[in-house]
Design a protein around this ligand. Structure first.
Ligand code: ATP
Ligand code: TZP
Ligand code: MG
Ligand code: MG
Length: 268
């Protein structure tokens, strides 16, 4: 993997303008739609069990996010996930708050068991809990969990035969064999709700145009992290509100040249 391939993936997202079907949470719905639009993808939110199979089948990617789950929405996720699998549509999963309640942990594991997932993206605690380990979580936010996150990502990827992305100060991407670390991003991202959820949907936008889920994930993390760095610099004296708006601007502005200059990743 190199920056040329990463830049080409970004270019393809902008050319194709992929349809990303999101079944996501009520907190982040508007931010996710605006972030995807700004970045160059085409978002749709559709939840009714009467229509999700049809929508998922025509999408470029399906994003499942259990942030404000309930039993109806979980059934819709399973129906949509199976339809996506049948039609070769990549499914990206964000196990928001796994470990905070038994219902979240069990639902996350059920979705992974019943749907073929291309990428699971969460904070370290969510991924640990999904994998059946203990991870300290405070609602939907990662506690100060310590440990070898690269090892956790690789083991979880192997266990579920998928690609696992663990985000935080540094981001890890692993398919169980190859593991990459991405160092872009900015701490102010943790002061705006939904920045993890939007990232998961941006991974969906890349997965719609790039079947190598490791490359799609690394390209998404770098593009997203670099856009955040530029936005943070432009709003340095302000605060999370101004950052949030400037971040949406920079998601549409971020270029291949920016990725070349500021992109920071390494293979372990
Ligand atoms: P949490 O709820 O624990 O904040 P999340 O689902 O919101 O998790 P994050 O881990 O915050 O997701 O990741 C969202 C984005 O923020 C990613 O691009 C990640 O790289 C970035 N990020 C998170 N923490 C930091 C940090 N300390 N420094 C730089 N970037 C960060
Ligand atoms: N509560 C349920 S979902 C949600 C909150 C606050 C949003 C979480 O978003 P993120 O991207 O994990 O910070
Ligand atoms: Mg967050
Ligand atoms: Mg999250």
């Amino acid at each position: 993997m190199d920056k040329v391939l990463i830049g080409q993936a970004l270019e393809r997202v902008r050319e194709v303008n992929p349809l990303v079907h999101n079944i996501t949470n009520v907190v982040v719905t508007n931010f996710t739609a605006n972030g995807l639009l700004s970045f160059g993808a085409s978002p749709v939110m559709a939840y009714a069990e009467e229509e999700v199979a049809e929508m998922a089948s025509i999408a470029g990617a399906l994003v499942l996010n259990i942030g404000t789950l309930n039993s109806d929405v979980v059934e819709s996720m399973i129906i949509a996930g199976k339809a996506a699998n049948k039609n070769g549509v990549s499914v990206i999963f964000d196990p928001v708050g796994a470990g905070a309640t038994a219902y979240r942990t069990e639902t996350a594991q059920r979705i992974i068991n019943e749907v073929n997932i291309a990428v699971i993206r969460g904070n370290a605690a969510e991924i640990a809990n999904v994998a059946g380990e203990q991870g300290q979580i405070k609602g939907v936010d990662a506690g100060d969990m310590q440990g070898d996150f690269a090892e956790l990502a690789a083991a979880t990827a192997k266990k579920f035969k998928t690609v696992v992305v663990i985000t935080g100060k540094e981001d890890i991407v692993s398919n169980g064999d190859a593991t990459f670390v991405v160092s872009n991003g900015h701490p102010i991202l943790t002061k705006v709700t939904g920045t993890g959820c939007l990232l998961t949907s941006v991974i969906g936008a890349f997965a719609a145009v790039e079947k190598d889920a490791v490359l799609a994930s690394v390209a998404a993390l770098i593009s997203y992290g670099v856009a955040a760095e530029i936005a943070a610099q432009k709003t340095a004296e302000l605060g999370p509100g101004s950052f949030q708006i400037e971040f949406l601007n920079q998601l549409s502005h971020v270029t291949i040249e920016n990725l070349e200059q500021y992109g920071s990743f390494r293979k372990l």
